[in-house]
Structure formats: structure tokens, C-alpha cells
Design a protein around this ligand. Sequence first.
Ligand code: G3P
Length: 257
Amino acid sequence: MNFLELLSKPALIAAHRGANSLSPENTLSALKKSIGRADFIEIDTQLSRDSVAIIMHDDTLLRTTNVSKIEAFNSKKPYRVSDFTFDELKSLDYGSWFYKNNAKTEPLLTLHDALMFIKENNLFLNLEIKDMSGAFGDEEVVDTVIKEINDTECSDRILISSFRHEYLKMIKTKLHIPTAALVEDSHPKELLSYLRELGVDGYCLNDELVDKKSVEMLREAGFFVGVYTVNSAARSRELFEIGVNFIFSDSLYKDKV
Ligand code: G3P
């Protein structure tokens, strides 16, 4: 089964940033906790200053690492990920912010290791490429991600999404892989023509933007629809009833919907 075949099944659940209520988001531990609890996993990727693809949601390291406690990095405020080399990123702890009394640490997760984990465990992954506009990585991130996917030979298990829709258009010229446009505040004008122009397979939107008519229009036009972030079982059922293919959730897993 490939990712598009998975999407032919109804009422799918994606573990948002891994099972992020059970383990620190976007770590290998969160990926492991997703197994058996979700239909696929969603994680975020961006580049280090020396162009290594790593797994991290925020543009800065402040919330999900111990960077602010390390004196040597004081000069690097506001701790933008793209200002840190891979070796510097590797030296940080990605877990203690999450665990009670900082009881445990977690290492950095690279895109390479995340993809290997997906492949070795026969899982499915939605990889969100973070918007790197304004950083040097804007030029390189698509090719770097494609290289990692090719090197690990797992393109049939991956859906790529991004809020930076230019990346999705580029990907379709370089790799045969499903893509989805992410939107947050409003729909692009002439939505269906816009999505066809991008060549995407799906559309993932903020729950606040969802309405039945738009979902029906998108599904009839052949696009799959995902909605983020849904943490109520009742709301997830409403969304599935109007034709939404999958939800991204922080806390709802297969046994709870
Ligand atoms: O990819 C779906 C959802 O994760 C988008 O929101 O803020 O978590 O990147 P965000």
C-alpha cells in the first residue's frame, strides 16, 4: 500500500508532530509512541545552518530544547534553528522541557533517521517542510529533502506538505510523490484552479476554516482533505461525516474516536 492508497480509507488519524501528548514532539520517542495509535505520523523538517535536514517545528529552539540554559549559545539569541550548525543542534536536549522535573532527555532527530524509522517499521509519514523564506535554506530545502527521500527509498510511504506552496510545485517536477497545500487563515482565490496549478493531491486546512461546502467541492474535484488540529472526538466525527479524509491530532488516537 502506498500513501494515496492509505488515503482511500475513511476517518484517518495523523499523530501531530508524533504522539506529542505522550513524548516530546518531533523526537524519535514521539514517533515510537505513535505506532498502533495513529494511521500515519506528521513531523516537520527544516535545515541547519550547514544544510542538514532536521526534525523541528518552531523557527527557534527556545520552546523545545534546553538552548537557553547553555551559556555558550547566549550570543545566538533568538536561537533561530537556521543559525545553528548540525553539530551545535546535536549538542542540545530535545526532551527535558516536556518531562516532569526534567527527568529525561531526548536527542535531536534528523530527517534521515526519521525516514529510516518509517521505512523499517512499515509506517506512513506526512512530512511538512517548514517555510524557510528569508533564510538561506529556502534555496536548498526542497533538494535536500528529495535527496533524503531518494537515499532512504521510502517515497511510497510519504506525503509532503508545506505552507510555502512554491516548494510543492518544485517537488512535483522532481519526484513522483503525493503533496498537500497547507493553509491557515484563508483559502487562496479560485481554490480549485490554484491547487491544480500547484499540482497537489490534497489540501490541509485549519479547523477554523472548514465548511461542508468547501470540503464537498474539494472531494468532488478529486483532492483529499486534512484538518488540523483536532483534539475532540465529537469534532473529529463531524469532520469525517462531511467528507474530511483525515485529522491531525495531539491527543486523539485510534482507540478514542
Ligand atoms: O501539518 C498540519 C499541521 O501540523 C500544521 O500546523 O503549526 O503544526 O505546522 P503546524
